[in-house]
Design a binder for this molecule. Structure first.
Ligand code: ADP
Length: 452
């Protein structure tokens, strides 16, 4: 190893020799002079040395404070050269680990904040290493407080514990739905993925939590809908098949019976047809593209009432039900004419269907701000309060035993609701059991009629 000699040491040794020689040769006065000069050189040298150290110290402080422009002195005395090399090495290492820490923090922040899922990272013993805010909200724990603790101690959720247990014992990836105890109604899908070490033992795991409440309820609605459709289709099909089979067996010898059976077949076939029509219409108004596709026009209230009289007047008359109109007949709604007629037709035909013979069904139109309230009032049996929240659901019926006999598909009000939504409107009902119901459909008003 190359050694650098300290200049102060050299000056001191040389000085001592020079003073001794001067003392011996020329006496104490010259020796004193030489000693003084050497002391001055020694002092200057020490000053320069300490200045160099001072600059290194300042630079090292700046490096420690994270100053990216901090640099160690390039020119130095041999005595401090090695110190500078070591300090530069240390500063480089410090910068590298600071950079690594910064990018690690950024990675963690991105993972914790940008994820739409709850995130928990666990070690091999299921201690929490990282938990983001969302995971905290879902599991009812404080992310900071939970760090270093067993997850099972931070949240009491038996289904989650089971999920972790099965993933950790098989060292694999498992997923399951669960309902966290502190959040009623919330359904969370948890996915645990374990990571193995070189000995194939669990080194840690990632737990991802997604709120699947809406998706699961949609799944349930879809399967309920499929079950309902199948049920609704099966009834008329069974009837048609049964009566046709009977007719085939007994023959057409008894015309009165044959006619009765054919009537039943016809009624059931019509019911099937109505059901298919309603299903198609519902799927059209439910689809997001229908909003863009439908043509809108200004429709005067009078035109809607005339349509009701033409289409539903005969059915009302047959039961002695009077149809009346109140409101401004020139008031126009901004809607698709066919869909508006369909929605109003469903409401009026319900009013006629469920009201007793000889009663009154009223059709009223009033402007409220930017919308027109179309109210259909009947003097029917009314709807008990408890049914109202579900009334506009597909296939929801108030009286299951009576309604099929009255011939509805159970989709009428769901269609009205979606037609209202397509136009940015709404539907509501007020009802008093024993007195009647008023269904109010709100559609946008047409300010400058280009009436159709
Ligand atoms: P449906 O084809 O069975 O009439 P809807 O969706 O039109 O289906 O109506 C759902 C249920 O709401 C009906 O089965 C009926 O029980 C009830 N309902 C609808 N309108 C009225 C009304 N005007 N008076 C009383 N009950 C009604």
């Amino acid at each position: 190893m190359k050694r650098s000699f300290d200049s102060n040491l050299l000056v001191s040794v040389a000085g001592a020799i020079a003073v001794s020689v001067a003392w011996a040769v020329v006496g104490p006065s010259l020796a004193a002079g030489i000693g003084l000069v050497l002391a001055l050189i020694l002092f200057a040298n020490t000053l320069a040395h300490s200045n160099g150290l001072e600059r290194i110290t300042t630079a090292l402080h700046r490096v420690a404070d994270g100053d990216p422009n901090a640099s160690l002195p390039l020119r130095s005395r041999p005595s401090t050269k090695r110190l500078i090399t070591a300090a530069a090495h240390l500063a480089g290492a410090l910068r590298a680990s600071r950079d690594a820490l910064t990018s690690e923090r950024l990675r963690r922040r991105i993972l914790e904040e940008a994820l739409k899922e709850g995130l928990v990272i666990l070690d091999a013993q299921q201690h929490v290493l990282v938990a983001n805010e969302l995971a905290g909200r879902m599991l009812g724990l404080q992310p900071e407080d939970s760090r270093g603790k067993l997850l099972q101690q931070c949240t009491r959720c038996p289904e989650l514990n089971l999920l972790l247990e099965s993933a950790f014992t098989t060292n694999g990836r498992h997923q399951a739905d669960f309902e966290p105890p502190g959040s009623p109604g919330l359904i969370v899908e948890g996915v645990v993925a374990c990571v193995a070490d070189e000995n194939h033992c669990v080194a840690g795991a990632l737990l991802l939590l997604s709120d699947v409440t809406a998706a699961r309820s949609l799944d349930r609605m879809r399967s309920d809908f499929a079950a309902n459709v199948s049920h609704e289709l099966r009834t008329p099909i069974t009837n048609i098949r049964g009566y046709v089979e009977t007719l085939l067996q007994v023959g057409l010898d008894d015309p009165a019976t044959a006619r009765k059976f054919l009537d039943i077949v016809h009624r059931n076939a019509s019911r099937l047809g109505a059901l298919v029509e309603d299903l198609l219409l519902l799927s059209f108004v439910e689809s997001p593209v229908s909003r863009e596709r439908i043509q809108i026009a200004a429709i005067p209230a009078q035109r809607l009432f005339d349509w009701i009289k033409t289409e539903l007047g005969p059915a009302a008359e047959a039961r002695g039900i009077r149809l009346s109109f109140c409101g401004d007949p020139t008031l126009c709604v901004h809607a698709n004419p066919l869909l508006a007629e369909q929605a109003i037709g469903n409401l009026v035909s319900n009013a006629i269907r469920y009201a007793p013979d000889g009663t009154l069904v009223e059709f009223g139109c009033t402007r409220h701000g930017n919308s027109v309230a179309i109210a259909i009032r009947d003097e029917g049996p009314g709807i008990p309060e408890r049914h109202v929240p579900r009334l506009f659901e597909r296939f929801y019926r108030v009286e299951t035993s009576r309604t099929p006999e009255l011939g509805g598909t159970g989709l009428g009000l769901a269609i009205v609701k979606h037609i209202a939504m397509v136009h940015g409107g709404s539907i509501e009902v007020q009802s008093v059991v024993g007195s009647g119901s008023t269904f109010t459909l709100r559609l946008p008003v047409a300010e400058q009629p280009n009436a159709v």
